[in-house]
Design a binder for this molecule. Sequence first.
Ligand code: ATP
Length: 301
Amino acid sequence: MVPTPLTVRAPAKVNLHLGVGDVRPDGFHELVTVFQALSLHDDVTLTPADALTLHVTGEGVRDVPTDPTNLAARAVVALAERYGRDPNMRIDIAKGIPVAGGMAGGSADAAAALLGAATLWGLDIGRGELDEVAATLGSDVPFSLHGHTALGTGRGERLIPALARGEFHWTLALAREGLSTPAVYHELDRLREAGDPPRAGSPDELLAAVASGDPHRLAPLLANDLQAAALSLQPGLRRTLRAGLEAGALAGIVSGSGPTCAFLCASAEDAVDVGTELAGAGVCRTVRVASGPVPGATVVP
Ligand code: ATP
């Protein structure tokens, strides 16, 4: 018997490398990315009920839909349809991941809901089948299931685990306003039509740096093709990035499509110091410290 309610924890991600290729015929961009899962997380609790309902608390709750468009609800419905189950349940989401922050918060909730529903229903399926459903829900959902550090290709949904030694320490500057991921991709397309902004290139050196566990080696290799577009839409982020470096971070980067800025620090103590300085500088809404890599979606005992 699976104890209910059942809680699944799923991590935020940062893209250490995000190379955006050309637009494919299906409208998606071809990506080469290196994800790292961070200790910032959402908790999704599932309780069997007579109807499918959603309740959201925590970070950015006003901007999270509580109707069937919520990615956690879509995950439960997709899995129920595929395996002939009853999707009725109460879904409680405790958000710790910033909403529309470029940290895959919705994807984390979808991954947590998938693993939770599969566990609740006792589905005898492997990670491969869960991955297939995950990829239909969003490009980042398979990574949210797997966590750790991984190379992603295609839309980011095809994953190869990457070796990471030790622990990396991050300070995250959360922005006042979110950014829509499609809007950031459109802005990148516009910038590329107008000129030829530099591209991230190959992630090979960065993968070697991650495997070495040396944050000083990793820092200059962080790269994000979406950063120019995010800065173009929210120019104030330049100040945030500058403030993090001045506070002693080894490097700062816009996380995914932004606007969260992620700062790589030399130690856990440095990450706290950088966070304190950033909070005092008034260049962001709030700060968090986090470390990575951490596992993907996990049932909380
Ligand atoms: P990514 O990094 O994967 O591009 P993001 O972290 O920038 O995404 P999300 O927090 O996933 O952005 O939210 C994007 C939008 O998705 C939100 O504005 C919200 O309307 C919608 N959404 C649907 N379900 C959820 C959910 N469970 N949590 C947060 N947002 C959700």
